[in-house]
Design a binder for this molecule. Structure first.
Ligand code: IP8
Length: 268
């Protein structure tokens, strides 16, 4: 029997809570509804959110994911950090307005990367807040990188390292599609919806990045993260955050449209 912590780790995609085509456009109504769904569900969870148009636009402008190239990027790093922190404050305020005791844990202060891969993480802070019944909230951020000087830590990577540490019941991606498709449904009308999948099905999946190319890897990066989560024996759910109550239904074990990727349990 594999042990799973009775909790969820949920990532709200940047394309759900912001308009990725418009600089710093926060979707307040969507966020408020998701906050209410989390409150109603009453589950123990850690929340992560993407950077959306608050982070990806300046990060791209200053080429922050390439690491240190010139001095001008130092200002760009600081600016990008301020923008994602601003988005984070809006998310916290929305959660707080539903009575959720949200606290921010900024990635740049608790982890370090090397060549974009996490090498030093200090995750005990999440456990301490959870033990006191807070709702810890973290987000895609700019961080120091031992090899590159600095780089970007996406919310997807945070999801992966938090799942490794906590082994939750489920990892949940709240995205702007109903779940996974055989190809990109935004540009291919023949894309087929995938209800259930295992790691081996993901291997054959060809995904195409959507038009607002992220500085992080968008859907293809997500699939790599999901494979790692599945290999830990943890299930991943992808659901549409623009549709009422889908997040609430998943958190409370009710039937709703979503994609489920089964965690693989290794047998010896
Ligand atoms: O939106 C990216 O995080 P993501 C973070 O989760 C920055 O990929 C600073 C662009």
């Amino acid at each position: 029997m594999i042990y799973r912590n009775p909790m969820f780790i949920v990532k709200l995609g940047g394309s759900v809570i912001t308009d990725k085509a418009k600089k710093c456009f926060f979707k307040q109504e969507v966020m408020d509804r998701l906050s209410l769904e989390i409150k109603k569900a009453g589950k123990k969870l850690i929340l992560i959110h993407g950077a959306g148009s608050f982070g990806h636009i300046p990060a791209k402008k200053y080429r922050l994911n390439q690491g240190y190239i010139d001095q001008n990027q130092i200002r760009g790093f600081s600016l990008t950090h301020i923008m994602v922190q601003e988005l984070n404050t809006m998310v916290l305020k929305s959660l707080q307005s539903q009575g959720l005791p949200a606290v921010s844990i900024p990635p740049h202060a608790i982890l370090k990367l090397s060549d974009r891969r996490p090498i030093k993480t200090d995750l005990h802070m999440f456990r301490s807040y959870l033990n006191k019944h807070f709702l810890p909230v973290t987000f895609g951020d700019v961080v120091l990188d031992e090899k590159l000087g600095f780089s970007i830590c996406s919310g997807d990577i945070l999801l992966q390292i938090l799942v490794e540490y906590f082994r939750p019941e489920k990892a949940v991606f709240v995205i702007d599609e109903d779940g996974l498709y055989s190809s990109n449904p935004k540009i291919d009308k023949n894309a087929v919806f995938i209800e259930n999948a295992g790691i081996k099905d993901l291997k054959n999946l060809t995904t195409i990045l959507d038009s607002h190319a992220d500085v992080t890897q968008g859907m293809s990066g997500k699939i790599e993260v999901i494979k790692k989560i599945a290999s830990l024996g943890v299930d991943t759910v992808l659901l549409n955050g623009n549709k009422n109550n889908r997040l609430y239904n998943i958190l409370t074990g009710k039937n709703t449209k979503h994609t489920l990727i089964h965690g693989r349990i290794k047998t010896v």
